[in-house]
Design a protein around this ligand. Sequence first.
Ligand code: FAD
Length: 471
Amino acid sequence: MACLEPIHVIGGGLAGSEAAWQIAERGVPVVLHEMRPRRGTDAHKTDRLAELVCSNSFRSDDAEANAVGLLHQEMRSLGSLIMREGDTHQVPAGGALAVDRDGFSAAVTAALAAHPLIAMRREEVAGLPSAEWSSVIIATGPLTSPALADAVRGLTGERELAFFDAIAPIAYRETIDMDVAWFQSRYDKPGPGGTGADYINCPLTREQYDSFVDALLAGDTTSFKEWEASTPYFDGCLPIEVMAERGRETLRHGPMKPVGLTNPHRPDEKPYAVVQLRQDNALGTLFNMVGFQTKLKYAEQTRILRTIPGLEQAEFARLGGLHRNTYLNAPKLLDATLRLRAMPRLRFAGQITGCEGYVESAAVGLMAGRWAAAERLGQAIRHLPPTTALGALLNHITGGHIESIDEGPRSFQPMNVNFGLFPPLERTPKADDGKRLRGPAKGLARKKALTDRARADLAAWLGRSLPAAAE
Ligand SMILES: Cc1cc2nc3c(=O)[nH]c(=O)nc-3n(C[C@H](O)[C@H](O)[C@H](O)COP(=O)(O)OP(=O)(O)OC[C@H]3O[C@@H](n4cnc5c(N)ncnc54)[C@H](O)[C@@H]3O)c2cc1C
């Protein structure tokens, strides 16, 4: 083992950190190259590994009815460092798993630095990885440095595609008027580490909602550069002003939906819309505006957000912003184990492969790390069942997508894990009495059947049983 050649991991974000950990845990040496702090990105603020650049949420932790919750559970079963530290540093967030971002990334950095098989190099890989590196994982994320992106593009012959992620604003807790707003999680769901009253809710009447939508529609946004103008938005991350443009009620059915919430200040009045803020740090001093990504200019953001009841005096620790994404046309360029067809010593992981989100990026890092280690050890690569969340996500990246625009712009889009990526069930679930299920009960039974199947298939793959969803 001692004389094994190292695997080089480029990028110490969510994916690179997880990949490096998985490789080292299999007894293979790793050299982890991270360019920060010597060279920064537009979104990262620290020199820590696995920094969360925007929200502090790993999203739903419900492994029975939510695909990302199932992904959490599968990653825990496979010894994920990101999930271990996410669980350790969780903060209350209803049904979601949210983390104290500083504690989380400091712990990931410390774990990797302390591993005897991991050597850390704080340097940019500013071109094609050295020909002497026989196994490389490129996990440089949505903000891959231009020099490396150019080298990859030169190699693949594919034009990189860019679109915008818009960051949601973060407010200081003490500046929110709690005589108007109130603490409550939707449907009072406690979730992991929560109390059922974890979100701050700001209610709007119909008139207030209408004026807010009008203000968004009239708001001044950051202008696009010419080359950016034709890039599409990813639907899961639409800026609020773009949602408002799509229809006056769109926000009320999205981030401003009022369901599952009762205003204790006015229990008899049903709010027409509600803005939710979620705890952003362990101290509970910062709260982020859930789903409120925006590309409005800073002065406009402050002015318009202060028209929301409860936020009239709000001060913002961070306002929303615009960001570019870099990702490959993976279904065409990568093989089933994430290797670049044109140069198989290079593997890709994380958001650059076309997954979306912290957890998904780490999940792809986990798979890439295990496969690179197996290859180095001369072991056969064992593919995960496509019925698992990990397998379904991988299938989206390497094979599940069908190109829908002939000869035009490519249609492969980054995607969060979701039940739509899972193979359909062999049998439609029925009620206990054998009758057909309808409405929400039908949807819930389908999700449970999908997650039960995933758990059984992963257990068979692992050769051991897994904990039940609720554990
Ligand atoms: C502005 C913005 C907001 C986002 N908000 C969210 C959100 O709220 N929730 C969510 O789930 N996801 C969000 N995402 C997506 C998020 O980036 C990914 O989910 C996740 O961080 C990607 O993980 P990754 O490991 O692929 O990349 P990153 O975590 O970005 O890690 C890549 C690392 O590579 C390093 N690097 C880059 N180029 C080089 C080089 N040439 N040499 C050496 N090192 C290099 C970078 O410094 C960085 O540390 C957001 C993305 C952006 C850009």
